[in-house]
Design a protein around this ligand. Structure first.
Ligand code: G4P
Length: 533
């Protein structure tokens, strides 16, 4: 990996994710970004590689059958001295928890919108997470080679629905059957076809303005008139780009383009290189803020994935580096376990392959193979006893009691559930009364994955029974009150996998009732995954 002259390598890192509603074009845009970084040879490989990987693993059949991608991964590519780490987020809403955690590891996000559809439900949900975390957001309005909604209407929708300032950076030059390309009104560049109008071979031409012959000589008059009107209205009606405001998450620059036909991609990448933030500081326990320029290595695990290589039962922990220069073979302190681990075979993920990571910098994500020691939320340091904070666990929306087909396999089942809980796939609750564990998930699809994986990896057949509970809340109180609550509501109290107490609620009425009865107790919908240092 190269670095910019005289600049610390981390400053040349851009770590980001793409959020979108399914079908808006996230996969296509990902491919094109990787292509422009020279990371893959031909478009179609992201998908093809995904299919090969999925085909290899039994439990991932679910993904195949349902045509969704459950696993997130990381893709690194380099372009003009900037290293881009693109973290993939699953689009299916059942796996939102995984997505939320991935978003804790990025410094910016691209929101892809279908020009014909505007803001859709999933886009909105994911946007809310970005807003909670003040993640700078770049908007890419895709599919302008097709008939879509009017550019101004789309900008207004983003502005109103998401309550964000919008700042158009490029404009579509026609859409659908009138499509000619993209116009960068600030840099005065016309991104157009190099051959047949609207075709996939594109070129960027410098123009002196909208009356330049390059435009007037090729673009239909009515299209040019509309473009002129857009540029004029846009300059008056929308915010000027302000980097501070963008970095604080109050303003989104908007790009128009066609991922399929390669319009608007270069502009997007140039913008990310110039304005998207390098790795930010990271809050940690004890009021500590980890700065990317610090000498010592720190990093946190935001995701654990099993079965990436079917030949091994190993798991890969995805470690986002927050500070220091990581060198292969380093011994790092696994703070929760209080143990040193030697990271001898760290992995970088490229589009086509994985590679051993010899050196990595803040903003980079490395895969750390392990046998289950590393969990989501774990921190690795060069000795300091701190934990990175801010990784959420969410109250489950579906709770089920586990039913075991063969009672002799209780041990394997518990091990399996514990492992899957550590990956962050499922939450487990051990009731105060009774020995059958209850599992909690945010989306129903996760339950199918649990059944399949316990069967395939732990040789254990399980089913689920309904329980009278609909959700759980983490209990925050002193031990005396907790004891009183346990005595009064033995059936409803359980411990999560870290032995934190939770209250299993039957319905919204009960939440209200119990909350009123115990005014000093806090019932939390999310729990930050923080291990005591
Ligand atoms: P996703 O990952 O967000 O779910 O979307 P994906 O990229 O898979 O794109 C969804 C569909 O939209 C695909 O068509 C893709 O080719 C098409 N698409 C993506 N970007 C553009 C664009 O800029 N213009 C146009 N016209 N279409 C675009 P499909 O028919 O569902 O799949 P495929 O047969 O093309 O693979």
């Amino acid at each position: 990996m190269t670095s910019l002259n005289g600049v610390a390598p981390y400053q040349a890192r851009r770590t980001f994710a793409i959020i979108s509603h399914p079908d808006a074009g996230k996969t296509t845009l990902t491919e094109k970004l990787l292509l422009s970084g020279g990371a893959i040879r031909a478009a179609g490989q992201v998908r093809a590689r995904g299919e090969r990987r999925r085909a290899r693993s039994d439990w991932m059949k679910i993904e195949q059958e349902r045509g969704i991608s459950v696993s997130s991964s990381v893709m690194t590519f380099e372009r003009r001295g900037i290293v881009y780490n693109l973290l993939d987020t699953p689009g299916h809403e059942d796996f939102s928890e995984d997505t939320y955690r991935t978003l804790t590891a990025v410094d910016a996000a691209i929101m892809v919108i279908d020009a014909a559809k505007g803001i859709e439900t999933q886009t909105r949900k994911l946007f809310e997470v970005c807003r909670l975390r003040d993640i700078p957001l770049i908007t890419f309005v895709n599919k302008i080679d097709r008939e879509g909604r009017h550019a101004l209407e789309l900008l207004d929708e983003v502005q109103e629905v998401l309550a964000l300032d919008v700042s158009p950076q490029t404009w579509p030059v026609g859409m659908g059957s009138d499509f000619f390309g993209v116009y960068d009104w600030q840099k005065k560049k016309f991104h157009t076809s190099a051959g047949e109008r609207g075709g996939a071979y594109t070129q960027t031409k410098d123009v002196s303005g909208l009356d330049d012959e390059i435009l007037t000589g090729t673009v239909f008059d009515r299209v040019l008139n509309e473009l002129e009107e857009n540029v004029e209205l846009g300059a008056e009606g929308y915010a000027e780009f302000d980097r501070e405001s963008f970095l604080e998450g109050h303003l989104t620059p908007v790009f128009f383009g066609s991922a399929l036909r390669d319009y608007g991609i270069e502009e997007l990448l140039d913008f990310i290189a110039e304005f998207a933030p390098p790795p930010h500081s990271q809050p940690a326990t004890g009021g500590r803020t980890i700065m990317p320029g610090e000498d010592k290595v720190t990093g946190f695990v935001f995701k654990v994935q099993a079965n990436m290589d079917p030949k091994h039962r190993d798991r890969i922990a995805f470690l986002r580096l927050c500070s220091g220069t990581f060198r292969r073979g380093m011994k790092l302190k696994h703070v929760r376990a209080g143990k040193q681990i030697a990271v001898t075979a760290p992995i970088f993920f490229f589009a086509e392959e994985r590679e051993i990571a010899d050196l990595a910098y803040p903003g980079d994500v490395i895969g750390v193979p392990n046998h289950g020691q590393l969990r989501v939320g774990d921190t690795l340091t060069e000795g300091e006893n701190i934990h990175v904070t801010g990784l959420p666990a969410f109250a489950p929306e579906i709770l089920r009691r586990v039913r075991l087909a063969d009672t002799m396999r209780v041990k394997q089942m518990r091990q399996g559930l514990q492992d899957l809980a550590e990956e962050g796939l499922v939450q487990i609750f051990k009731p105060d009364l009774g020995s059958n564990w209850i599992v909690g998930v945010v989306g129903a699809l996760q339950l199918d994955v649990v059944v399949d994986r316990l069967n395939a990896e732990y040789g254990t057949e399980i089913g689920f029974e309904t329980v009278p509970y609909t959700t759980a809340r983490w209990i925050e109180t002193d031990s005396q009150t907790l004891q009183k609550m346990i005595e009064g509501h033995r059936m409803s109290i359980a411990n999560d996998r870290d032995d934190k107490p939770v209250f299993l609620f039957k319905n919204a009425w009960e939440i209200g009732h119990v909350t009123e009865k115990y005014p000093d107790v806090k019932f939390r919908e999310t729990r930050e995954i923080v291990y005591e240092a």
